[in-house]
Design a binder for this molecule. Sequence first.
Ligand code: AMP
Length: 181
Amino acid sequence: MRLVLLGPPGAGKGTQAAVLADALQVPHISTGDLFRENIGKETELGKLAQSYIDAGKLVPTSVTADMVRSRLAQDDAADGFLLDGFPRTVEQAEILGEMLGESGEKLNAVINYRVSEDVVVERMLSRGRKDDNEQTIRTRLQVYRDETAPLIEFYSDIIVNIDAEGTVEDISSATLDALDR
Ligand code: AMP
């Protein structure tokens, strides 16, 4: 199964992705995690990404797409994956479509986690990540509204909307139920 998780920052995508990846036996590929790993290891990619991430801005698409392309080329992603945090713009979605098309593949579904802004701000402030201060949160929400939310329309034929304000278990079982249908 080839899936994309959508939703505002703080919607709980990372938490859900871990549960779903386990249930569906596909790798969880998070661009945010890949960037943070590179920052931790002080790679060139990490150094480049850091200033964008700290400011809550998007890392340039060329860099991000190359990173995703090489991750998707690994063996464990051959039969399926759960993409978390990519695509984040229509341009990235078009690139992903091309990447998959090259090997005759396509996405099975895009899961859209719906949650109010009050809840996402509360969740982000409680997880204490370095890029979770008030100004950065505001920037990331703005980037989400301007750049990422249009993907809901872009993927309208394969979108699965899930209410993401309940418990982790409720949300993951709602997601698995929806994918079954
Ligand atoms: P996340 O862990 O998904 O909240 O991502 C953390 C940060 O990594 C984001 O605020 C962006 O700066 C960067 N990032 C993650 N995914 C992408 C992407 N697809 N395109 C550009 N930047 C990204």
